[in-house]
Design a protein around this ligand. Structure first.
Ligand SMILES: NC(=O)c1ccc[n+]([C@@H]2O[C@H](COP(=O)([O-])OP(=O)(O)OC[C@H]3O[C@@H](n4cnc5c(N)ncnc54)[C@H](OP(=O)(O)O)[C@@H]3O)[C@@H](O)[C@H]2O)c1
Length: 286
């Protein structure tokens, strides 16, 4: 049995689907009540990273875990809680979803500090491990859909900072490879798409795909903090987000790697591919 955490989210959903398609037994973890929609044949476990007893049930008879945490405020506690139960249950391996730039110093700050603590715990656990460090998800621009449908500009918090924007399906495909092939044990993969794109570049490509203008407006870090705080994001999460966007704005995420192509033996999907598959999200009325 392979346990997929974050199974209802952007990456986890694809991991569950791809594992099922390859005939692997899958257990999907969600906090939702039983009956939560998952593909047929998937074992669903109701569990919460904050409830150790529920994690114990989630890891029972599991040989590998896809570990994806998305705490509302940055903390490695969810990763650490799952690792504790996985070790006790003698789970064989863990594939940890982290983020590009994790642990890099940027001025007086550290990028992805909470992921770094979690990565360290994964590497020093007695489980076999693989760490995935993806670049910016193509799906982040789904946040723009309301503004685009309403004919309004979209916010650009990273200026001209280009990033190796990646299709979530490629991240999931690499995760599935790591969960099912021991050749990936002990590896840290930095996962990027095939081209460096700034937000204005993405806006241009999206506009071509959907056939209507997409205008981006630069939001400097100070205004970004205010915008995110007023959206209700917890202050610690705002701080971590603004460190990440300032780091990308300064050009530190101008990184392309061959890791997706090496693991999957095919090139990563382009942002345009992703936009074509999701064009419906950006058209129609708000
Ligand atoms: N967005 C990017 O560009 C980017 C780039 C690099 C790395 N990352 C990393 O990617 C991760 C986010 O991945 P994602 O976008 O796939 O996440 P997501 O779509 O936000 O989904 C996260 C899932 O986690 C589950 N969850 C949240 N709190 C939980 C809890 N207390 N107990 C159990 N489950 C919980 C939720 O499932 P239920 O509601 O069903 O319980 C949710 O579906 C983060 O670690 C982030 O740092 C993101």
């Amino acid at each position: 049995m392979i346990l997929v955490t974050g199974a209802s989210g952007t990456i986890g959903r694809h991991v569950v689907q791809l594992l099922r398609q390859s005939g692997q037994p899958v257990r999907a973890m969600t906090r939702a009540r039983p009956g939560h929609a998952m593909p047929p044949g998937v074992d669903v476990v109701q569990a919460d990273f904050e409830d150790p007893a529920s994690l114990r049930r989630a890891v029972a008879d599991v040989r590998a875990v896809f570990l994806l945490t998305a705490p509302a405020t940055p903390t490695p506690d969810h990763d650490l809680a799952l690792l504790t139960e996985a070790r006790a249950a003698r789970v064989g391996s863990v594939v940890k979803l982290s983020a590009i730039g994790t642990g890099e110093r940027f001025g007086s700050a550290t990028v992805g500090a909470w992921h770094q603590t979690a990565e360290d715990a994964v590497r020093t656990s007695d489980l076999s491990w693989t760490v995935l460090r993806p670049s910016a998800f193509a799906s982040n621009c789904l946040h723009w859909s309301g503004a685009i449908r309403a004919g309004q500009p979209v916010s650009n918090m990273t200026g001209d900072g280009a990033q190796g924007v990646i299709d979530p399906r490629d991240i999931a495909a690499v995760a599935v490879a790591a969960l099912t092939d021991p050749a990936h044990a002990g590896k840290t993969y930095t996962l990027t798409g095939p081209e460096l794109l700034s937000v204005p570049d993405q806006a241009r490509q999206l506009a071509e795909v959907i056939g209507r203008p997409v205008v981006s407006v630069d939001v400097p870090s100070t205004s970004a903090s205010q915008q995110l705080l007023s959206s209700g994001m917890p202050p610690a999460a705002v701080e971590a987000t603004v460190i990440g966007t300032a780091w990308a704005r300064a050009g530190h995420n101008r990184i392309l790697t061959e890791d997706v192509a090496t693991v999957l033996a095919r090139p990563p999907a382009t942002f345009r591919d992703w936009a074509q598959r999701h064009r419906e999200a950006f058209i129609g009325t708000p």
